[in-house]
Design a protein. Structure first.
Ligand code: MG
Ligand code: ZN
Length: 217
């Protein structure tokens, strides 16, 4: 059997599990996000700030994907969300069966929104559905401003792009207009938020969108 066919079969199995996850979350009235980025763009910090701001409005459960360590899960728990850590021990993306297993450790009756923080990687996470309702790609001003052009698939399959570390814009050679132009050329429907998790700039608009999304808007 050619290798391509095997890879397609594995992805088809993954998609079936992802559909089961999506159905069971939807039946419980839970919405789910798959948050992706390269390493260091600020996924965990964005989640911390979001959880703190939405306390009392939304109950968020988090699945933290990392190659090693539980450091990020500890940060998210401290911010006030129930968290399960997945360590992939070398694997560069999360797969739906990992989410299915992690969900058995979360009190689903308590949560409105499930946030899955994927492994820091702009390539293969784009190919693996996890049962989410929406995919979020986070980029930051300390990365190159050619990310959408270099990793188009990630921007094509995402519904939302968050540009983080806006406070550092005066100090870096980052052409924000170019990034937005490239991203929208790939995906004209992409919703864009510009934020600084450090200063709080833009987080109100992001949180408003998240509340509306969670309530099914
Ligand atoms: Mg993280
Ligand atoms: Zn991978």
């Amino acid at each position: 059997m050619p290798k391509v066919t095997i890879a397609q079969n594995i992805l088809a199995v993954n998609e079936n599990i992802a559909q089961d996850i999506h159905q069971s979350l939807t039946a419980r009235g839970i919405r789910a996000l798959n948050v992706m980025s390269s390493p260091g763009a600020g996924k965990t910090t964005l989640l911390e700030r979001t959880i703190e701001r939405l306390r009392g409005q939304l109950t968020i459960g988090v699945i933290e994907g990392d190659v090693e360590t539980s450091a990020d899960a500890e940060r998210i728990e401290a911010a006030g969300a129930e968290t399960v850590q997945i360590n992939t021990r070398g694997a560069c993306h999360l797969e739906a069966h990992m989410i299915r297993d992690a969900l058995t450790q979360i009190e689903l009756a308590d949560i409105d929104l499930l946030v899955i923080e994927n492994i820091g990687n702009l390539v293969c996470p784009a190919a693996w559905e996890l049962g989410e309702d929406a995919r979020i790609v986070v980029v930051s001003t300390t990365e190159g401003d050619d990310k959408p052009a270099k990793y188009p698939q990630m921007f094509a399959i995402s519904q939302v792009m968050v540009v983080n570390k806006l406070d550092l814009l005066p100090y870096v050679d980052y052409d924000l207009h170019k990034v937005k132009r490239q991203a929208l050329a790939i995906n004209p429907n992409l919703r864009i938020f510009e934020v600084s998790c450090r200063t709080g700039e833009g987080l109100d608009a992001w949180c408003d969108w998240l509340i509306a999304f969670t309530r099914g808007a």
